[in-house]
Ligand binder design. Structure first.
Ligand SMILES: [Zn+2]
Length: 243
């Protein structure tokens, strides 16, 4: 069944009732986690609501954790048949001080993604190239750059490597992101919210993926249904399974 897709939502910050309302609007949720506790919560939500879970340690939380915790998250993923690690990655823009620790943790997740053929749901702020080059170096096949705002020339490399980028409702106010939508091919796009994050007064919500699909259709001058079909198709290719 064709659905709207939110590829990157911090579901653990919502109640089951709130999430049910979004799911009731024909939105399929891919739920990311920030740390061990939220990873457990995400697994609970999978049981209750049938969301697609991603578990991991967010680069903003890296200062609290070590490689040992990252390995425990990987074990948890394998044991529970979780197909996605996230939110993981690197950040040089907001938390550059913890970069070395972030890198050690990211490397654990990269190795696990390769070994178990997992999707990486990636945070890449200010470290787009570093994240990308480590994907290539580790021979990773399945990666998603959430809310891509990096350089357009790197986008060419991301696309030719077969990775995906996330289109966020921030297009409403972020010029840089609108340029990404214009430049990138629909072949490599997925939609997301990063809810319930607040970006410059914009309270991100999962149901904004509906307007985002409409906006992409307008920019690309194609029908909304076509965009939606393509995004469903991209999800299936990335996860190697239907919604
Ligand atoms: Zn996020």
């Amino acid at each position: 069944m064709i659905k709207y897709i939110d590829m990157h939502c911090h579901c653990h910050e919502y109640s089951v009732e709130e999430l049910s309302r979004f799911i009731g609007k024909n939105i399929s949720l891919v739920c990311v986690s920030d740390d061990p506790v939220s990873s457990w919560k995400t697994l609970e939500l999978k049981k209750k609501l049938g969301i697609t879970p991603c578990i991991g340690i967010h680069p903003w939380e890296a200062h609290k954790y070590s490689e040992k915790h990252a390995k425990e998250i990987v074990e948890l993923a394998v044991k529970n048949n979780v197909k996605c690690l996230g939110e993981v990655g690197l950040d040089k823009r907001f938390v550059s001080k913890t970069y070395d620790r972030q890198l050690r943790i990211y490397e654990i997740f990269l190795k696990a993604a390769k070994e178990y053929d997992l999707v990486l749901n990636l945070h890449t702020a200010g470290a787009w190239r570093e994240v990308y080059e480590l994907l290539v170096k580790n021979d990773i096949n399945r990666a998603y750059f959430h809310w891509y705002t990096g350089p357009l020339n790197l986008l060419d490399e991301i696309i030719s490597s077969g990775y995906y980028i996330g289109i966020n409702p921030a297009w409403k106010i972020q010029d840089k992101h609108r340029k990404v939508i214009m430049y990138a091919s629909l072949e490599n796009m997925l939609t997301e919210s990063d809810a319930p994050y607040k970006y410059k007064g914009l309270e991100l919500r999962p149901d904004y993926v509906i307007e985002t699909v409409e906006y992409i259709a307008k920019v690309k001058n194609i029908q909304v249904e076509h965009v939606l079909l393509k995004i469903n198709d991209n999800y299936e290719k990335l996860f190697k399974s239907p919604l």
